[in-house]
Design a protein around this ligand. Structure first.
Ligand SMILES: *[C@@H]1O[C@H](CO)[C@@H](O)[C@H](O)[C@H]1NC(C)=O
Ligand SMILES: *[C@@H]1O[C@H](CO)[C@@H](O)[C@H](O)[C@H]1NC(C)=O
Ligand SMILES: *[C@@H]1O[C@H](CO)[C@@H](O)[C@H](O)[C@H]1NC(C)=O
Ligand SMILES: *[C@@H]1O[C@H](CO)[C@@H](O)[C@H](O)[C@H]1NC(C)=O
Ligand SMILES: *[C@@H]1O[C@H](CO)[C@@H](O)[C@H](O)[C@H]1NC(C)=O
Ligand SMILES: *[C@@H]1O[C@H](CO)[C@@H](O)[C@H](O)[C@H]1NC(C)=O
Length: 656
């Protein structure tokens, strides 16, 4: 009891401190506050973010694949070709176009979006931390705006006058953007990259760097010195003939300005060169790395496997998503693309610098209808991510572009639909979360591509603390008839297989499916149904192995992805993260959660309801704000605190 009493004093202090800092606003739409509402209403015209196109799957191969066999040594010392250890942040982070911050993260420092926090919580719980970059094409014309905007938002758009591909209007941002990022980092282990504008470098505009360093401190990882400089000529930001040497000299000039800027205490955390096209590959042998390595945090590139610039802007040639789909469902699509970066990843290791894919997704200029939000695309991103990790990229950032792109990992409903729709979590959010689980938090995970005989069945082995811990297995084949369901045999020479292994599956009905995606039985829901929490019961399959024959038979249906945990003692029970952020309307202690509360069970066995009760300590603010704000219902942050301290606080809740 003494402990509990002390705890409750401590909790009160923490609660008050946190409460004073941040308030998280609930976003559950009015129409869905009734438990009888089961799905979001479809919007009238379909924006690319909710595109309804469904592609035709490629046919199964002529010769069915039914069996695969992998044999890997238990000890890492005996395994060939392992990657560098993946440590620190989650392998995949996110890259958020500056113009869409207020559609994806929050409105301002005191109005964060709970679905965003819940999604990040699901990555952080698995990997320890996550990187987010605020930047992209819009960073090039971003300008600091003194004071705050009347609508409470941290950014506003201004016409840049540019009609170039992917170049959205200039973005004005306020000091509150940095406070918002800082407040997010105080809730969850989120680390930031910010982009510096390079449209006009006759004067370097370093407000982003100055406020970023001052307000974010160590939570700011680095500043990106220009985005895709290799496209500056094509985008008419620089004259014809401008090239690698000119970029290097601009960077050098900027560093001179930085050195004499006393509002920037940190002088050596930049990322560059962030090039996107192979025709600038000369940069790697130009002395660039040696010249700048002491000022850099990481080397960066940006690359999409293809582009949809024709459909979005009439630029280039038409790319037919249907014709492209089979390529995405092959291992070769990733290995061909990433093979180009093996020299760079070696150069980065020699320079002791991280090597980050700073921006990527299924296609530049918005991705592809039908393809980008499909389960097949998610399988590809998983393979592409694991292949990047094998190729010694240290991290990769998946891009979010807003309502007009097809590939968002998540997005809020269009503004005129917030009253009746919840959020959309795209198929592309699952791979970052799954890979966070593949590499875990040990900071020792190394991965090797097993070079499976078929292009449809990539496979990887993962070693942690120098022993074999996991297999990651893909079946890209779409075959409802089941003729390509595969029996994967796994054996471990000498050491032998364990009695049993645990398997988590990433599933959907077909590669073209855009609904019904599940990871270990849980889902974020379909378009307009998500609040960022995984719903449904966690389903981890136990597969018994044959120790005498030294083999485990893993069923791999067509299509599917399986993560096999070789050590059955390893914690596989991570499902929905324990730290959650209330998204439910909450008035007078009555929980009006939309989904069946049993479906939002927490992984520690407690439902959300107990936690929510704690919210009543700030009842006053709930009611006051709920009344004045209509849809936006305030949830005090003590809900979060309760989640952070897990069972303890829940117990305290029961005591009251
Ligand atoms: C955030 O936006 C809300 C309106 O949604 C406003 O009431 C509040 O003052 C804003 N906060 C800041 C710090 O601008
Ligand atoms: C970009 O830079 C050019 C000068 O190089 C300038 O004329 C133009 O106004 C700038 N665009 C924006 C949106 O700041
Ligand atoms: C969080 O936001 C509030 C409101 O803008 C602000 O008072 C507070 O300083 C912020 N916290 C941090 C750590 O920036
Ligand atoms: C990744 O780096 C490790 C360690 O330097 C090296 O042994 C391995 O060959 C590299 N992998 C690839 C695919 O280049
Ligand atoms: C939302 O706004 C768009 C564009 O202004 C409009 O086409 C659409 O009909 C609106 N939707 C609703 C449900 O009002
Ligand atoms: C759990 O997943 C396995 C493999 O997909 C499946 O066969 C089984 O039916 C699932 N169990 C439940 C309760 O959904």
């Amino acid at each position: 009891m003494l402990v509990l009493a002390l705890w409750s004093v401590f909790l009160t202090v923490v609660t008050q401190a946190v409460e004073a800092q941040v308030t998280v606003y609930g976003q559950i739409p009015l129409a869905q506050q009734s438990p009888t509402t089961t799905a979001g209403q479809a919007p009238a015209p379909t924006l690319p973010a909710y595109d309804a196109t469904v592609l035709t799957p490629p046919p199964p191969p002529e010769t069915p694949i039914n069996q695969l066999r992998f044999e890997m040594p238990r000890e890492a010392a005996q395994a060939q070709g392992l990657s560098i250890p993946h440590k620190g942040s989650s392998f995949f982070g996110f890259s958020i176009e500056m113009s869409v911050i207020t559609q994806t993260i929050g409105k301002n420092s005191t109005h964060l979006f709970p679905p965003f926090l819940n999604l990040m919580s699901n990555i952080v719980e698995r990997a320890g931390s996550v990187m987010i970059r605020l930047g992209g094409n819009t960073q090039e014309y971003a300008k600091f705006h003194e004071g705050l905007f009347d609508d409470g938002r941290i950014t506003q758009k201004e016409d840049s006058g540019s009609k170039q591909t992917t170049e959205t209007p200039a973005v004005l941002y306020t000091i509150d953007m940095f406070r918002m990022a800082a407040n997010i980092s105080s809730l969850l282990n989120v680390k930031w990259f910010l982009g510096l504008p390079f449209n006009d470098t006759s004067t370097f505009h370093l407000d982003m760097a100055e406020y970023g360093q001052t307000i974010l401190g160590d939570n700011l990882l680095a500043l990106q010195a220009g985005n895709e400089p290799d496209l500056y000529v094509a985008h008419q930001k620089r004259p014809e003939g401008w090239g690698v040497a000119d970029y290097s000299s601009e960077l050098n000039r900027m560093l001179g300005v930085v050195d004499s800027n006393d509002k920037m205490p940190v002088k050596n955390k930049f990322v560059a060169p962030s090039i996107s096209q192979p025709d600038w590959n000369d940069i790697w042998n130009s002395g660039f790395v040696n010249t700048f390595k002491d000022r850099l945090f990481a080397l960066t590139v940006e690359r999409y496997p293809n582009n949809n610039c024709f459909m979005q802007f009439g630029a280039g040639t038409f790319v037919d998503p249907q014709a492209l789909f089979p390529q995405f469902l092959s291992h070769k699509y990733s290995t061909d693309l990433l093979g180009n970066y093996l020299d760079v990843s070696r150069i980065a290791q020699e320079a002791s610098l991280p090597f980050i894919m700073f921006e990527t997704n299924t296609g530049s200029c918005g991705g592809f209808p039908g393809l980008s939000q499909s389960y097949g695309a998610a399988l590809w991103i998983l393979d592409y991510g694991l292949q990047m990790a094998y190729s010694n990229f240290t991290n990769a950032l998946l891009h979010l572009g807003g309502q007009n792109v097809y590939y968002n990992p998540w997005i809020s409903p269009p503004t005129n639909q917030t009253a009746f729709n919840q959020w959309t979590v795209g198929s592309s959010f699952y791979p970052p979360m799954i890979i966070a689980e593949v590499f875990g938090k040990s900071d020792t995970a190394r991965i090797v591509d097993l070079r499976a005989a078929s292009d449809f069945t990539p496979a990887y082995a993962i070693y942690e603390r120098d022993v074999l811990t996991k297999f990651a297995l893909f079946n890209f084949i779409n075959d409802p008839a089941g003729n390509n369901n595969i029996d994967v045999s796994i054996s471990i020479p000498n050491a032998g297989v364990p009695d049993s292994v645990k398997v988590k599956y990433f599933l959907a009905d077909s590669v073209q499916a855009k609904t019904g995606l599940t990871w270990a039985g849980q889902t974020f829901g379909n378009n307009f149904e998500a609040d960022g929490r995984l719903k449904g019961a966690l389903n981890v399959t136990t597969v018994n192995c044959d120790r005498t024959a030294n083999v485990c038979h893993i069923p791999l249906r067509a299509p599917s992805f399986a993560l096999v945990f070789m050590d059955s003692n390893e914690a596989t029970e991570v499902g929905q993260a324990t730290a959650t952020f209330a998204t439910t309307a909450f008035t007078k202690g009555h929980n009006t959660i939309k989904a069946d509360p049993s479906l939002v069970a927490m992984s520690n066995g407690h439902g959300g309801k107990e936690r929510l009760k704690l919210g009543s300590t700030s009842h006053g603010s709930v009611e006051k704000n709920a009344a004045s704000r209509g849809v936006e219902v305030v949830q005090s942050l003590c809900v979060l605190v309760s989640a952070m301290f897990g069972g303890w606080v829940v117990s305290r809740g029961f005591m009251r």
